[in-house]
Each structure stands twice: as structure tokens, then as C-alpha cells.
Design a protein. Structure first.
Length: 34
């Protein structure tokens, strides 16, 4: 049971990391095109 929760948290963290890094790269791209 604990491992299932751990995997679920890990998946949420991974999605959060991907979305935040995408946002960061979009921000850098936008700044460089100004």
C-alpha cells in the first residue's frame, strides 16, 4: 500500500516537474524574442 502511494506521488511530482520546466523554457523563449 505504501509503495502504491509512493508511486502515485512520484508520478504527480514528475508531471509537475515537466509542466514547470516547460513553463520555464517558454518564459526564456519569450524573453529572448523581445
Amino acid at each position: 500500500m505504501a509503495s502504491h502511494i509512493y508511486i502515485h506521488l512520484q508520478k504527480d511530482y514528475l508531471l509537475f516537474g515537466i509542466s514547470s520546466s516547460c513553463r520555464f523554457f517558454l518564459f526564456i523563449y519569450h524573453v529572448e524574442n523581445l
